[in-house]
Design a protein around this ligand. Structure first.
Ligand code: PFF
Length: 448
């Protein structure tokens, strides 16, 4: 089996692919939106702390499980189990992660479809197809079905080609494009009236809110979602990393890129909201808080673009292309979890498995589209607020309590011989064993 498995051809390839999974709508939409809804800079501060002190150790747990197992999540977790009860537990956790990834993709694809439709709209205006433009940005069953299908088609097309020719090749193309578009947009927004007020709201924390339980829960959920934890994705990406690579630094680099891009997205969105306000758009809701959620991306920002004349058309196009690209590099990772499991454990050929699973997830998306008002929130809550933290916590328990410490050490030593004497090895094992499961559990139960 291992001879036919793919592997990232370089550390750069892995970093871009894993960062591609991590950087998505969660960073560019979720993070700024949560920041707006949770008191601005106080949220940013708590997020940064939780991302490095809770999400990074949990992320390392998943990567090391995958690199050791050199297989999909179920098989990798089974390889570190010591008896039949643990192997059953391994199946539940691994398969649970795969289901979670599939559920996330089923609603994520719908939102990504909206982003694509908003990217198409400025193009229709330029070529004079105004009626088509109005249709693509109006909520309708047909529009939603069309765009989620296009998005899923793109995701399936990339995953069919496997690790090197699919995931790695496309991550290397899309991620630099994403960073260039993001930086250009920030540069432009900063020149506009109102941006500096937005910068202040984003960067000056109100310390009284830092310990607010709601803020803590939202920040942890956001950090887990952003690093794609608890979904089997980082286990499978870990399994494609060569044994020559130093996992500790690779994991830290990906976390840093993920957090930095979320931070940059905030530098774009929050000032853009205040720019919109300066040109007459309402950015505060009735309760006095900043508009967040879909209202922010699909009404405040388009209103801002509309007021910018011809520059606004270009800006709007670039912004929604940015969103779509970010969504695509994440969705391919979500599909890879279930596909690798079916290919490796059920002997189905990759292209066939990808198409079948893609169609199955698209059908789930269609069911959600038909019941948008009830199912979208339900599936999102189930998978991201329950599934991800629980499975992420169980992966930490596997590493901390089930995996023999010496075996864990020898896995980390490949690619990093001196790890035994590093600060990482002094802190991380007990951190993953005690602090991570406890904190994740506490925050999770608090949210119930
Ligand atoms: N990390 C992605 C984002 O921030 O948008 C979302 C994500 C990707 C969640 C992959 C789960 C996953 F398995």
């Amino acid at each position: 089996m291992s001879a036919s498995r793919g592997e990232f051809t370089s550390r750069f390839g892995f970093i871009l692919a894993a960062a591609g999974s991590a950087v998505g709508l969660g960073n560019i939409w979720g993070f700024p939106t949560q920041t707006a809804g949770n008191g601005g800079a106080a949220f940013v501060l708590v997020y940064l702390i939780l991302a490095f002190f809770l999400a990074y150790p949990a992320f390392m747990a998943e990567l090391v499980i995958g690199r050791h197992g050199q297989a999909n999540a179920v098989t990798s977790l089974r390889k570190i189990s010591n008896n039949s009860t643990q192997r059953i537990f391994a199946f539940i956790v691994g398969f649970g992660g795969i289901v979670c990834a599939a559920l996330i993709l089923s609603f994520y694809g719908i939102i990504a479809g909206w982003m694509m439709s908003y990217a198409v709209e400025p193009v229709t205006r330029v070529v004079g197809l105004t009626a088509v433009g109005d249709w693509v940005i109006s909520q309708s069953l047909a529009r939603n079905l069309l765009f989620v299908s296009i998005f899923m088609f793109m995701t399936v097309s990339i995953i069919r080609f496997g690790v090197e020719q699919g995931i790695e090749k496309w991550s290397k193309r899309l991620m630099p494009a994403l960073i260039i578009i993001l930086l250009s947009l920030i540069g432009y927004v900063m020149t506009l009236e109102g941006a500096s007020e937005g910068l202040q709201a984003y960067l000056l924390p109100d310390f009284s809110r830092v310990l607010d339980p709601n803020l803590l829960v939202s920040a942890l959920g956001q950090a887990f979602f952003s690093l794609s934890l608890g979904t089997s994705v980082m286990i499978i990406y870990g399994s494609y990393i060569s044994r020559k690579e130093n996992l500790v630094t690779l994991g830290a680099q990906v976390t840093l890129i993920d957090v930095s891009i979320a931070f940059l997205a905030g530098l774009l969105i929050i000032p853009a909201m205040y720019v919109a306000q300066a040109s007459g758009v309402t950015i505060f809701g009735e309760d006095g808080s900043l508009v967040s959620g879909p209202g922010l991306v699909f009404s405040v920002l388009p209103a801002l673009f509309d007021g910018m004349g011809s520059m606004g058309v270009l800006f709007s196009f670039a912004f929604f292309v940015l969103m779509s690209v970010a969504a695509l590099t994440s969705s391919i990772s979500m599909l890879e979890g279930p596909v690798s499991y079916v290919v490796e454990n059920h002997g189905v050929e990759r292209k066939k498995a990808t198409t079948l699973i893609g169609i199955f997830i698209l059908m789930l998306s269609c069911i959600i589209v038909f019941n948008l008002g009830t199912l979208l929130d339900f599936v999102a809550t189930l998978s991201t607020e329950y599934g991800q933290p629980i499975i992420g916590m169980l992966c930490c328990i596997f590493v901390g309590w089930i995996w023999h410490r010496n075996n864990l050490l020898s896995e980390l030593q490949s690619g990093y011989e001196g790890v035994e004497h590093s600060l990482f090895w002094k802190i991380w094992p007990w951190y993953t064993k005690l602090v991570c499961p406890l904190c994740i559990g506490l925050v999770f139960f608090n949210s119930l």
